[in-house]
Design a protein. Structure first.
Length: 322
């Protein structure tokens, strides 16, 4: 006998106009808002990106929603516009913040405030993402692509700052890797778990295809401690399995992690299981295990508002200087 489930018809949504927003268009950095920052490893990462770009290799960016919440969408979009980044993998929260910014020019809410009254995440307009996902499942599309299409086709007022829309316009994959129950749209009565599963799994297979071409390319992981490393790990295993059957290898590429944790100077060796750092997945997965057969890895420790704009700056400078 099935377990009882919660009746979602009891949920009441409110319009976004009644929400206090933690982020608006004023919080987005312009492309010239680049603080002074020098880091030789960041220069090396940029060099690898430029080399891969000139050679037509994959440059994949796994990103958490904080890249958007720190106001960095314009930098990511311009790298898509210039077709430097060839694939973006984001989590479900990234879709929500990107969608809301494109629609109303504001996003984020106070969990501490709205959870008290049971209103956290329960907003009418945001539930439209679920409708797009259901349409995508019917058409055999990926989650990121179908939401990007909605933003573009319906001419959202602030679509110019949408990463999803930029990917859709340039036919560059922006894939979304969802964990059920992680995201506020899963609270809504129009959420269809089958549709989310179908569209997000298609996105996983799209990412795996990109990872299968990672030889001599670059994989960046910015601010995602679980989704990024875990999804990339499975995709790489699948890609290597198929490659090995043809006598090929996917072992020479560059990885870089952008985060805040202090990993010390020995991050190229796996931490002991008695060390709490062992459980920081970007460390053992991206910096050590997946590059131990010929690749190289870098760790860039600083606020995204410092590292991402400077990564962008250095890439453009190196491309300009040949």
């Amino acid at each position: 006998m099935p377990y009882p489930i919660f009746d979602r018809s009891r949920i009441q949504l409110k319009p976004l106009s009644e929400r206090k927003h933690g982020m608006t268009l004023d919080d987005l950095l312009d492309l010239n808002d680049i603080p002074h920052y020098e880091n030789t490893d960041l220069e090396q990462v940029s060099k690898r990106i430029v080399q891969a770009h000139k050679s037509g290799k994959e440059i994949i960016m796994m990103m958490g929603a904080h890249v958007i919440k720190r106001g960095l969408s314009r930098f990511v979009i311009d790298l898509l516009n210039q077709k430097i980044i060839t694939h973006i993998g984001m989590n479900g929260a990234g879709v929500i913040h990107d969608f809301e910014l494109a629609l109303i020019g504001a996003t984020t809410e106070s969990v501490a405030h709205y959870i008290r009254e049971g209103q956290f995440g329960l907003w009418e307009e945001t539930s439209r993402i679920n409708e797009a996902i259901k349409q995508g499942a019917e058409e055999g599309m990926g989650l990121g692509e179908v939401v990007g299409r909605m933003i573009e086709k319906e001419k959202f007022p602030h679509r110019d700052i949408s990463i999803l829309r930029a990917g859709y316009r340039h036919h560059i994959p922006v894939t979304v890797h969802v964990g059920m129950g992680y995201d506020i749209i899963h609270e809504h009565a129009n959420c269809d778990g089958k549709a989310i599963g179908a569209t997000s799994y298609r996105d996983f297979l799209t990412l795996t295809y990109s990872v299968s071409k990672l030889q001599n390319g670059v994989l960046l992981n910015a601010g995602t401690a679980v989704m990024g490393p875990e999804v990339y790990l499975k995709a790489l295993s699948m890609a290597r399995n198929a490659a090995h059957q043809k006598g090929e290898h996917i072992n020479q590429f560059t990885t870089a992690v952008f985060d805040l944790q202090n990993l010390g100077s020995e991050f190229h060796r796996e931490a002991s299981k008695t060390d709490p750092q062992y459980f920081f997945r970007p460390y053992k997965t991206i910096l050590v295990r997946t590059v131990q057969d010929g690749g190289e890895s870098f760790y860039i420790q600083a606020d995204h508002q410092v590292t991402i704009p400077n990564l962008y700056r250095i890439i453009l400078e190196q491309l300009k200087n040949g």
